[in-house]
Design a protein around this ligand. Structure first.
Ligand SMILES: Nc1ncnc2c1ncn2[C@@H]1O[C@H](COP(=O)(O)OP(=O)(O)OP(=O)(O)O)[C@@H](O)[C@H]1O
Length: 612
C-alpha cells in the first residue's frame, strides 16, 4: 500500500486589481460607449419604479429629463425617483456588483424594474472625466447628498444644501471625445433608439413632448383603449415603420404569448420582393421597455426572411452588457411563440384580408414556397394558392395537373422536356427552381396525384412505352439519325413528334459533380455527401434518341428504307437536321453541329423541290 502524505492546506483569497477590474467593466463590457446613457436612464427609470413601490402615497407621474449642456460640456440626467440616502450611496451606488434594484426584484420580479447586475453606473466613467450625483431620498427629504468621483474607485460623499425635491440628478462632465453627446440631436437619436418603449416619459432639454409619448399598440390593448379596427391597423403599420428601415410593412399581426412565455409585440410582412433564400429578418427586442438588441433575427424562424418585428418580454435574461440574451428556456419559449404567432398571423390575413394576402403572395411567393415545407399548417394554407414556376409561366400546382399527373423537369429550362411538353401543350414545372421538387412531392402525396420527374429513368418510363424493331432497321436508324446517342424505339405522345433527344438528368448531375471535383469548385465535405447520392447512378450514357413509332414521318421513312426508295436520302437529311435544331440547349455534343444541320436542312428543301 502506498503511503499518503497529507500536507496541511491553507485557504487563500484571490487578489483583485480593482483598477484593472474597473477598467474592464467600464470600458470593455459594452460594445459602444453610448450605452452609458442607456444605463443612466435605466437607473432613473428603476428609481421611479422603486419610489412607486415604497412610497404608495406618491401618486405623481414619474419624469426623466436629459439635458445636453454644450456650454458647460455636460450631460445631466434628472429623475423624480426614490433618491438615495447616504448609507445607500455607499452600499449600492459605490459598491460594484451590488444594487438595491436586484434586492427589490428578488422580492417581486413583476414590477418592471430593469437593473440586476449592479454594474451599469460604472459606464458613466467611460463618458465623463467626473461624475457628480446629487440626490434626495424620499426617506429623508430634508437631506441632500452629493457623490463625486473621477474614476469610480475613489469618491467623496458630502451633504449639500437641502433641495426639498425628491429624486436624483447625475452630472457628467464629458470627456472631449464625447462632447457631441451634449447636442439635442445626439440625445434624441441615442435615447430615441434605446428608450422608445420605456414606461416612464423621457424629455430631452426643454422639449414639451417626451421622446416616448406613445404606448405601443399591444400595450394600448392591455390598457383597454378602444380604437376602431381601421385606425388600429394604421397605427400598427406606422409603429412598425419606425423599426423597419429598408422596407415598408405590408400588414402587421400581434405576437401572442402562451403559458410558457410572456412575450408580446407585433410582427409584420415586409414589402419588397424576396427570393427563396433572401434573409431580411429584422427583430428588435425590448426588455422591460429598454432596447436590448435590434438584430435578434435568430428568434424568428429561418424561413421567415421577409418578416420584421418588435417584441418585449420581462422574462428574457440579458447578459451583463445587456446587449445579448441568455439562451435559456425562456429564449426558446419566445422563439416558439414567435413561430406560432407568425403562422397564425399569416392564416388570419389569408382569411380576413384577401387583397393584402394576394400582395404577400406576389412579393414572397418563392420564400413562402420554401416556408410551406417547414410547417404542415403553412403547407395547408398555401398549397392551393402558391404559384409554381412552370414552362408556361407561374401557375398554381392545380393548374399543372393533367390526367391526375404533374410533370416536373429536373433539367434547366429549354431542355428536351420543354420541347416535348410544348408539343403536348401541357405545362411542366421547373424542378431546378427553389423548393419546387419537394413542394410538388408533398402536394401530389396530399392530393393523391402522380408526380413524374422527367429526366430520371423512372420518370421517362411514364412518358415512353418501349417498342421493338428488327435489328437491321435499328442499325440503319442509328447510322442515319444518331450522333452518338443510344437509339430507343418507343411510342409516345404527341404523335406529331418524330423523335426526341433525351438527356439523362441523373447522369448529367453525376458528370457535373465529377467536373466540379476536378475544378475543386465545391468543398470536399459537400462533394462526399453528393457522391453518396450519385454513387447509385451507374449509367454512363447520358443521351438517348427516342424514336416515335406512332409518328407518320418515321413510319414512312422505314417503309422507304425497306423499298430502297432513292428519295430516302432527302427525308433523312431533313429529319436529322430537325433533330439537331430541336435539341436546343441540350445540344452540348460538338458532333451535333447546328450550322451543318441548317445547311442540310436547306439542301433537303432543294432536293424536294427538284423532285417535284
Ligand atoms: N438615479 C438613481 N436613483 C436612485 N438610485 C440609483 C440611481 N442610479 C443608481 N442607483 C442605485 O445604485 C445601484 C447600482 O446601480 P447600477 O447602475 O450600477 O446597477 P443596477 O442598475 O442595479 O444594475 P445593472 O448593472 O443591471 O444596471 C442601483 O441598484 C440603485 O440602487
Amino acid at each position: 500500500m502506498s503511503k499518503v502524505t497529507t500536507i496541511e492546506s491553507k485557504v487563500c483569497v484571490a487578489g483583485v486589481d480593482l483598477n484593472g477590474l474597473m477598467q474592464v467593466l467600464s470600458k470593455h463590457l459594452y460594445s459602444t460607449p453610448m450605452v452609458a446613457l442607456r444605463e443612466l436612464v435605466q437607473n432613473a427609470h428603476d428609481s421611479i419604479v422603486r419610489r412607486r413601490i415604497e412610497q404608495p402615497s406618491w401618486l405623481d407621474k414619474g419624469r426623466i429629463t436629459v439635458i445636453g449642456d454644450r456650454q458647460n460640456k455636460q450631460v445631466r440626467i434628472i429623475d423624480t425617483g426614490a433618491g438615495l440616502t447616504e448609507y445607500e450611496i455607499h452600499t449600492f451606488l459605490a459598491t460594484v456588483g451590488v444594487g438595491y434594484t436586484r434586492q427589490l426584484r428578488q422580492k417581486d420580479d413583476e414590477t418592471g424594474l430593469i437593473g440586476m447586475f449592479g454594474l451599469g453606473f460604472l459606464s458613466a466613467f467611460v463618458l465623463a472625466k467626473q461624475v457628480t450625483l446629487i440626490t434626495t431620498s424620499y426617506q429623508s427629504t430634508g437631506q441632500t447628498w452629493c457623490y463625486r468621483s473621477a474614476n469610480a474607485e475613489q469618491y467623496t460623499v458630502t451633504e449639500s444644501e437641502p433641495r426639498h425635491v425628491v429624486g436624483t440628478e447625475i452630472i457628467l462632465d464629458l470627456k472631449d471625445e464625447f462632447l457631441f453627446l451634449s447636442t439635442q440631436e445626439s440625445l434624441n437619436k441615442i435615447l430615441g433608439r434605446y428608450c422608445i418603449l420605456l414606461n416612464e416619459p423621457i424629455y430631452i432639454n426643454d422639449a414639451k413632448e417626451a421622446i416616448n409619448p406613445e404606448s405601443p399598440p399591444w400595450r394600448k390593448k392591455r390598457e383597454d383603449v378602444v380604437v376602431h379596427p381601421l385606425q388600429e391597423q394604421r397605427q400598427c403599420l406606422s409603429f412598425a415603420a419606425r423599426f423597419e428601415q429598408n422596407f415598408e410593412p405590408i400588414c402587421t399581426f400581434p405576437v401572442i404569448p402562451d403559458e410558457q412565455t410572456d412575450v408580446i409585440g407585433m410582427l409584420w410582412v415586409q414589402d419588397g420582393a424576396t427570393y427563396g433564400t433572401s434573409d431580411n429578418r429584422n427583430l428588435s427586442i425590448f426588455l422591460r421597455g429598454m432596447l436590448l438588441d435590434d438584430d435578434a433575427r435568430d428568434l424568428l424562424p429561418s424561413w421567415a426572411g421577409f418578416i420584421g418585428g418588435v417584441i418585449e418580454s420581462n422574462r428574457l435574461i440579458p447578459t451583463a452588457s445587456r446587449e445579448d440574451l441568455q439562451k435559456d428556456a425562456n429564449y426558446y419559449a419566445v422563439q416558439h411563440a414567435l413561430n406560432e404567432s407568425l403562422i397564425n398571423g399569416l392564416a388570419t390575413i389569408a382569411a380576413k384580408q384577401p387583397e393584402v394576402w394576394r400582395r404577400i403572395l406576389k412579393r414572397h411567393n418563392e420564400a413562402l414556397l420554401g416556408a410551406s415545407l417547414c410547417d404542415e399548417r403553412l403547407f395547408q394554407l398555401l398549397m392551393d394558392t402558391i404559384k409554381i414556376p412552370t414552362s408556361q409561366g407561374d401557375l398554381t400546382a392545380q393548374a399543372l395537373v393533367s390526367s391526375h399527373t404533374i410533370h416536373v423537369m429536373l433539367g434547366s429550362h429549354g431542355g428536351f422536356e420543354d420541347t416535348l411538353f410544348r408539343a403536348l401543350q401541357v405545362p411542366v414545372a421547373l424542378g431546378d427552381r427553389y423548393a419546387v421538387v419537394p413542394f410538388l412531392r408533398r402536394y401530389t402525396l396530399a392530393k393523391k396525384y402522380k408526380l413524374i420527374e422527367l429526366g430520371t429513368e423512372k420518370g421517362n418510363q411514364h412518358l415512353f412505352s418501349l417498342a421493338d424493331l428488327p435489328a437491321n432497321d435499328m442499325e440503319w436508324l442509328t447510322k442515319v439519325l444518331a450522333d452518338g446517342e443510344d437509339i430507343v424505339i418507343a411510342r409516345f405522345m404527341p404523335i406529331e413528334l418524330p423523335f426526341v433527344v433525351v438527356i439523362d438528368r441523373e447522369a448529367e448531375l453525376k458528370k457535373r459533380l465529377e467536373e466540379d471535383e476536378t475544378d475543386k469548385k465545391i468543398s470536399q465535405a459537400a462533394l462526399r455527401l453528393a457522391r453518396q447520392f450519385t454513387a447509385q447512378i451507374t449509367k454512363t450514357s447520358m443521351v438517348k434518341l427516342y424514336i416515335n413509332l406512332n409518328n407518320q414521318a418515321i413510319i414512312e421513312l422505314l417503309q422507304a428504307f425497306h423499298a430502297s426508295n432513292p428519295q430516302v436520302e432527302g427525308a433523312v437529311k431533313l429529319l436529322k437536321s430537325l433533330k439537331i435544331i430541336m435539341s436546343g440547349r441540350d445540344n452540348q455534343n460538338q458532333a451535333l453541329n447546328l450550322n451543318q444541320a441548317l445547311i442540310d436542312f436547306t439542301q433537303a428543301v432543294q432536293i424536294i423541290l427538284k423532285l417535284s
